[in-house]
Design a protein around this ligand. Structure first.
Ligand SMILES: N[C@@H](CCC(=O)N[C@@H](CS)C(=O)NCC(=O)O)C(=O)O
Length: 219
């Protein structure tokens, strides 16, 4: 099976998928989208994903979008340690945690939302920052509380191995650093972030390790 992942170095939804592939030890070809990549955004929108969002996975030429669908595909297709906890309750909690990020935090704070608010609703950068910060903290507080509520404390979010919750958290916290969101009030999130980032599968998926990373000083 030949896998090609269309992504961009700083593409948090793509980073989830990169980490999942790394954790499963699956080889794939990385295709950077945009000016520093190997396919232009225009060509990508025309030939790969008309919605214009990244990532997209090509599976022997068949195209699939949406990081959550891709992670489930990876889980169902490849052997290796499961990306979900074995315990059904922990599995549900790990999914719930990931969905706070994927369904509630990320969609309203992405670049196209900012562009629209600025172009169509007269917002300036300061307005945008207030919007971003409000929804980001709302989400981080929810995530921290979900971890606090665990009856058994695990090394990673909901298991002693990384699972989907961790896959979604690490790119989201990377965004927090990029957008100068102060996350010091969330000790459990930071503890898991540090533990995950020390693992090769997570490190290899970080923006700085992608072929289209523009170099030192880039965010
Ligand atoms: N729900 C999608 C989200 C994809 C998404 O929003 N990707 C962002 C980058 S992380 C993107 O392409 N943004 C372009 C934009 O906002 O204009 C997924 O999980 O794959």
């Amino acid at each position: 099976m030949h896998l090609k992942l269309y992504s961009r170095y700083r593409n948090s939804a793509g980073q989830r998928v990169r980490t999942a592939l790394n954790l499963k030890g699956v080889d794939y070809t990385y295709v950077g989208v945009g000016s520093n990549g190997t396919i232009s955004q225009e060509d990508y929108n025309r030939d790969v994903n008309p919605q214009g969002l990244i990532p997209t996975l090509s599976v022997d030429g068949e195209l699939v979008t949406q990081s959550t669908a891709l992670i489930e595909f990876i889980e169902e297709t490849f052997d290796g340690s499961s990306l979900f906890p074995d315990d059904p309750l922990m599995r549900a909690r790990s999914r719930a945690f990931a969905q706070v990020i994927a369904c509630e935090m990320h969609p309203i704070n992405v670049g196209r939302v900012k562009a629209h608010l600025v172009a169509e609703h007269g917002q300036n950068d300061a307005d945008w920052e207030r919007w971003y910060d409000h929804w980001a903290h709302h989400g981080y507080e929810t995530l921290e509380k979900q971890l606090e509520a665990r009856t058994t404390k695990t090394a990673f979010a909901f298991d002693d191995k990384p699972t989907v919750a961790d896959l979604y958290l690490i790119p989201q916290l990377y965004n927090a650093r990029v957008f100068n969101t102060d996350v010091s009030a969330y000790p459990l999130l930071n503890e898991i972030d540090e533990r995950c980032r020390a693992l090769e599968a997570f490190d290899k998926a970080m923006p700085k390790n992608q072929p289209d990373f523009p170099g030192e000083g880039a965010i």
